[in-house]
Design a protein around this ligand. Structure first.
Ligand SMILES: NC(=O)c1ccc[n+]([C@@H]2O[C@H](COP(=O)([O-])OP(=O)(O)OC[C@H]3O[C@@H](n4cnc5c(N)ncnc54)[C@H](O)[C@@H]3O)[C@@H](O)[C@H]2O)c1
Length: 310
């Protein structure tokens, strides 16, 4: 299969492309910046927010079997401070979706648990989304994105899947200058004996090891292209919740240190409780997350150390 992955220089895109290569497929990346992790697949350099004339038509005519749209500004709090980037997320999605519509290419959208808002349920299943609750401009951009995808399904018969990710961590996530994510950030600070701040000690979140996330997307691509699963929305996460204090303890155990932690209130726009109900992905995609947070943190530390010494 030839699969276009937008946002392919980012964490999930890079891992997905490598997984597809390993499975014998041909991933083609598209990103505004080159891939700094690997040269193992082609990357089309393009600003998907402002594509040049004919660029989207060119993508539509490129015989892709599937388009996986992951390109986005993905930092929740940064988008609270700069909401125009959330609006740009919708433009990115729109252009990718137009390429899919023109070429009649099955489409996968990388959405987020942020579409649920901060609804404080024990576990959250897909039907719990209530689009009146938009916790932040980033949530709004994902809700708008999903709405566009569903509308293209209805109006143009575009076959699609939507995946709602949650705190994906692991390989290719530690370029902290670009994207400050909690797992690599805490690991780095604890290895360097620096203090760390937990915004919202009460937060309970669902952390997903990237190989599990990518296995779920790969299963989705196969079924969507084969026509056995279409027009469905899935939580793709671990199904287990951890507090951020528990995360610090797990990292501390793995590196043999105790974190120097300061607690601050949750910042505006942040979700404080999310544990995914993943039974639908298990049922329809055979999704089976394999990596506990304890094991995933160990793998991430190993990878970060290997990167440091290379
Ligand atoms: N990683 C997570 O925990 C998580 C959780 C929920 C949802 N998501 C969503 O999954 C997707 C992938 O996440 P990620 O962690 O790989 O993010 P990432 O930031 O690592 O990758 C996103 C990529 O999009 C690219 N991009 C941004 N603007 C662009 C433009 N104008 N044109 C072309 N490319 C552009 C960036 O350069 C980047 O490489 C995103 O849509 C994100 O919102 C991620």
């Amino acid at each position: 299969m030839k699969v276009l992955i937008t946002g392919s220089s980012g964490q999930i895109g890079t891992n997905l492309a490598e997984r597809l290569l390993a499975d014998g497929h041909t991933p083609v990346g598209l990103d505004i910046r080159p891939n700094t992790w690997t040269g193992s697949f082609e990357t089309i350099l393009m600003d998907l927010a402002e594509p040049s004339p004919g660029a989207i038509e060119g993508l539509a005519e490129s015989d892709f079997d599937c388009i996986v749209h992951l390109a986005a500004h993905a930092k929740v709090f940064e988008l609270v401070e700069n909401p125009s980037k959330a609006f740009e997320n919708v433009r990115l999605l729109f252009h990718a979706l137009e390429a899919a519509r023109m070429g009649a290419v099955p489409f996968i959208f990388g959405s987020s648990r942020e579409v649920y808002g901060d609804i404080m349920r024990a576990t959250t299943e897909e039907s719990h989304a209530d689009f009146v609750v938009a916790e932040s401009p980033y949530s709004a951009s994902k809700i708008a994105g999903e709405a566009f995808v569903y509308s293209y399904g209805r109006c143009y018969g575009l076959r699609h899947l939507v995946f709602r990710f949650s705190n994906v961590y692991g390989r290719f996530d530690n370029d902290l200058e670009r994207l400050e994510r909690v797992v690599p950030l805490f690991i780095k600070r604890m290895i360097e004996d620096q203090p760390l701040t937990i915004y919202g000690p009460e937060k309970i979140l669902d952390f997903t090891y990237v190989d599990d996330c990518v296995a779920g997307i790969a299963a989705g691509i196969e079924r969507l292209v084969a026509g056995t699963v279409s027009n469905e929305t899935f939580n793709l996460a671990s199904g287990r919740g951890y507090t951020l204090s528990a995360l610090v303890e797990i990292i501390g155990e793995a590196i043999g240190k105790k974190g120097q932690v300061t607690f601050e209130p949750t910042r505006p726009g942040e979700v404080t409780r999310y544990v995914a109900d993943i039974s639908k992905a298990r049922r329809l995609l055979g999704y089976q997350p394999k990596t506990t947070l304890e094991k995933g943190v160990l793998k991430e530390i190993e990878w970060a150390r290997a990167m440091q010494s290379s």
